[in-house]
Design a binder for this molecule. Structure first.
Ligand SMILES: C[S@@+](CC[C@H](N)C(=O)[O-])C[C@H]1O[C@@H](n2cnc3c(N)ncnc32)[C@H](O)[C@@H]1O
Length: 321
């Protein structure tokens, strides 16, 4: 996508997709998995293609210093608007930068970050290599990279659920699709993206699904109790085979080794084949690993409880895929 193509998509993405049931589930699951890999705050987080800040403002609330970098002035205007309703100390921890992710080095003055997020962006970027390289370069030693990408292996599910059988048949060999925002999107595989990361000396740690059942049943976005219950189920499914393999998008977490070489002990064990990791434990930060997991709606670890929109009475969420 070129120009500010997001100026016509911003309202739909920010105001509608994020308020949907899938959007709320996506936010919960993604955030929960991410918190298991991040070191305790404070720390510097770069959110590339961060849009209106739905993924990274919760991190600022949790005490991280956040840079939201996005190429779309329209999306950054949404971020600015949303930021205005945050507490002053949260606002102080957020910086908005207009730039392409591929130019992140220059746009951030060469800063390196303890965590780099890029959620729901790679599907709009073709080819992905320059952006992925740029993300990896912004990682400090031991820094965590968090990617959310469209799953090339499950492209037939949505057209099949919508009884678009011809489209579903074509989707088995497809490398992308027309997304729900009405623009063409590009899909990735866990294996392909992992190889790309390794070529940049960044080691994949774990991967997760993000939602599955929310595509299959009609959830009422306003039914907070049902969304909480569904989110608890999706969280469990996101880290287990075969469920995670069927997710519409996948969440891949990786780390730049502290020493500059692959450190299997610190990075979590990778099994033969490179993709069948133990996604529930690999690579979790020592601090995060001690956090006890609780179901949605139950007071959980401080950062998670504060950050999950439903706990804060918000209705943030979703993805434009
Ligand atoms: C689907 S939105 C996701 C926003 C945010 N990451 C989230 O999950 O809520 C995609 C965002 O990526 C941004 N984007 C697309 N290509 C980009 C690029 N090459 N560099 C920086 N931002 C980009 C768009 O402007 C848009 O804000």
């Amino acid at each position: 996508m070129s120009g500010d193509a997001w100026s016509v998509l911003a309202d739909q993405f920010v105001d509608r997709s994020y308020a949907s049931a899938i959007g709320q589930v996506r936010t919960y699951v993604l955030h929960h998995q991410l918190m298991h890999h991040l070191a305790e705050p404070p720390g510097a987080v770069l959110d590339v293609g961060g849009g209106a800040g739905h993924q990274s403002f919760p991190l600022a609330r949790a005490g991280y210093d956040v840079t939201v970098l996005d190429s779309s002035p329209a999306m950054l205007a949404k971020a600015r608007h949303r930021l205005a309703s945050e507490a002053p100390e949260v606002r102080d921890r957020v910086r908005l930068v207009e730039a392409r992710g591929e130019d992140a080095a220059e746009a951030t003055g060469g800063q390196q970050f303890g965590a780099v997020l890029c959620h729901g962006v790679l599907m709009y970027v073709d080819p992905p290599e320059p952006l992925v390289r740029s993300l990896c370069e912004r990682l400090a030693p031991d820094g965590v990279l968090s990617l959310m990408a469209l799953n090339a292996k499950t492209l037939a599910i949505r057209p099949a659920l919508e009884r678009r059988w011809t489209d579903a048949l074509a989707a088995f060999g497809a490398s992308g699709e027309r997304g729900v925002l009405g623009v063409d999107t590009r899909a990735d595989t866990v294996e392909g993206l992992s190889e790309l990361l390794r070529s940049e000396q960044v080691e994949p740690l774990a991967w997760y699904g993000v939602w599955l059942f929310s595509d299959l049943v009609d959830l009422a976005a306003a039914d907070t109790n049902e969304i909480r219950s569904a989110a608890a189920v999706e969280l469990q499914a996101s880290r287990r085979d075969p469920y995670r393999q069927l997710s519409r998008v996948f969440h891949l977490v990786a780390r730049r080794p502290a020493s500059g070489h692959q450190d299997d002990e610190a990075s979590g064990k990778r099994l033969a084949g490179g993709t069948a990791w133990n996604s529930s434990e690999a690579g979790r930060s020592p601090a995060a690993a001690t956090l006890r997991e609780k179901g949605p709606g139950v007071s959980g670890p401080r950062t998670i409880a504060r950050a999950w929109p439903l706990n804060a009475g918000r209705r943030d969420s979703a993805d434009g895929t």
